[in-house]
Ligand binder design. Structure first.
Ligand code: PMP
Length: 354
């Protein structure tokens, strides 16, 4: 076997989730937003001049980075954008981590971190979460090559307070700490306010969840000028045109409507509270979710069985099994109507099974 084949054998491909396309299905398996993007996005889409599409996009996506800087009140040189936060995170692994010392991220967390580490030959260690799925911050105090924390974490849905994040950054001043905030708009507080204090902090967010634009693939990061310059240097020597014209344009439009964004996220958090209460009544337990999904286990029915029962009714959720996670469902919070359908199927199934 040739050297490249040996290398690639270590890589476990990660496909970001099932994307079935079945008429009438209820899709609660990949944490998308059930509501459409802001109305201005639909209007802007109609206005796109197809003539513009024959031109290359601005490789720096300056319109979008400047708009994000103004929206989040950070410097224009403190923003980096990419094709979804997966692209931004992948680029950050490539830029900041190397084979000198292992990087640290929790076991369990977003499964792409292992994939990038393997792919880029970055050694890593995965400190275990405690029995309540919480981070033990002391695990991240030892000398290492970098730290990655999803906050809120996926798939556990748990948010760690900003003090915990700050302590981890404090103890890792000589390496880069990445805080992946894909779900922060559903109840967490962003660590972006800390980039003024810590030049080793990179905060990554996305338009895929709270802004209902997973299909456009827009992700971004905030960090010190030093970190953002490094990301751009790697990007331009490797992949100059990551964002397309339409994503840049529609991303800017989405940011204009703060009221819609707030309304949408609050509808999701309200539905989440109601569904958590109903799931509890049905015998489920779960951590307190600060995301647009619920990580739930049932007192006596295996997760795989519930997953199959729901699937038969065209309701798609994710389920997790050993070795990494034992017996949990991850249910995206959809519209009230979708969640009513989910609860109805679960209620009937659990009742029959008793
Ligand atoms: N981080 C976490 C924790 C996620 O769960 C996801 C997607 N499910 C991402 C990053 C990537 O999201 P996107 O590439 O759509 O921005």
């Amino acid at each position: 076997m040739s050297a490249w084949e040996k290398n690639i054998r270590k890589v476990v491909p990660y496909v970001p989730g099932e994307q079935p396309n079945i008429p009438g299905m209820i899709k609660l398996n990949t944490n998308e937003n059930p509501y459409p993007p802001a109305p201005g996005v639909a209007m802007a889409l109609q206005d796109i001049k197809t003539d513009r599409l024959k031109l290359y996009p601005d490789p720096t996506a300056k319109l979008l980075t400047d708009t994000l800087a103004a929206y989040y009140k950070v410097g224009k040189d403190q923003v980096f954008v990419g094709v979804g936060s997966d692209d931004v995170l992948g680029m950050a692994f490539l830029t900041f981590f190397n084979s000198d010392r292992p990087i640290l991220f929790p076991d369990i967390t977003y499964s792409f971190y292992d994939v990038w580490a393997e792919l880029f030959s970055i050694p890593y260690e995965r400190p275990k979460l405690d029995h309540n799925f919480r981070i033990r911050k002391e695990d991240y105090y030892k000398k290492n090559g970098g730290v990655v924390i999803a906050n809120p974490n996926a798939p556990t849905s748990i948010y760690e307070e900003l003090d915990v994040v700050r302590d981890i950054i404090e103890h890792n001043q000589d390496c880069v700490v990445i805080i992946d905030e894909a779900y922060v708009d559903f109840g967490g507080i962003s660590a972006a306010c800390l980039i003024k204090e810590y030049d080793n902090l990179l905060v990554v967010q996305t338009f895929s969840k709270s802004r209902s634009m997973a299909g456009m693939r827009i992700g971004y990061a905030f960090g010190s000028e030093k970190l953002i310059r490094a990301l751009n240097d790697v990007k331009y020597s490797y992949n100059s045109y990551t964002m397309n014209q339409t994503s840049i344009h529609l991303g800017v439009e989405a940011l204009k409507d703060r009221a819609y964004f707030e309304e949408c996220t609050s509808m999701i958090t309200k539905t989440r509270s109601r569904v958590m209460w109903e799931l509890k009544e049905l015998g489920f337990s779960f951590p307190d979710s600060k995301t647009n999904f619920i990580f739930a286990t049932h007192e006596f029915i295996p997760a795989e069985e519930l997953y199959t029962a729901l699937r038969e009714e065209k309701i798609f959720v994710r389920y997790f099994k050993k070795p990494r996670i034992d017996n949990y469902l991850r249910i995206t919070v959809g519209t009230d109507k979708e969640m009513d359908a989910l609860i109805k199927v679960l209620k009937e199934y659990i009742h029959k099974r008793k």
